[in-house]
Ligand binder design. Structure first.
Ligand code: FES
Length: 153
């Protein structure tokens, strides 16, 4: 088959992979690597369910071809928790009931981690704006902002 060899570091583990040139990072994660925590909502950049971190920057993995990220370090929701337990944002999401159905949560979490490292959101309005690429159909936005604010303080 017509595949290209790439190397990705995924949640800290280096992986050599053969991918078709048209395979999205989202499909590579979910279908080839069985990392199904990252969700496919719209598959065209509208919902944020597929958000992962690439070299620490949040991106929509459905809009990203895997081959374009050769050599990059990818963090998915599966990689957020550490040996000491949940990532502080995960713990805050639990504490603040920042999800209902949970489908958007992996994307919300990865997006929030990226947003916090960008460092430009300081008020609730700025957090909402910075998180506006992540849709929650259940409308848990108030609790999501509560959780993020909790980690910031
Ligand atoms: Fe990628 Fe919706 S699945 S933005």
């Amino acid at each position: 088959a017509n595949t290209i060899g790439i190397t990705l570091t995924i949640n800290g583990e280096s992986r050599s992979l053969q991918v078709a040139p048209w395979t999205t990072l989202l499909d590579l994660l979910r279908e080839d690597l069985d990392l199904t925590g990252t969700k496919k909502g719209c598959d065209h950049g509208q919902c944020g369910a597929c958000t992962v971190l690439v070299n620490g920057t949040r991106i929509n993995s459905c809009l990203t071809l895997a081959v374009m990220k050769d050599g990059a370090s990818i963090t998915t929701v599966e990689g957020l928790a550490g040996i000491e337990g949940l990532h502080p944002l995960q713990a805050a999401f639990v504490e603040h009931d920042a999800f209902q159905c949970g489908y958007c949560t992996p994307g919300q979490l990865c997006s929030a981690v990226g947003m916090l490292s960008e460092g430009h959101a300081h008020s609730r309005d700025e957090i909402r704006e910075a998180m506006s690429g992540n849709i929650c159909r259940c409308g848990a936005y108030t609790n999501i902002v509560d959780a993020i604010e909790d980690v910031m303080h």
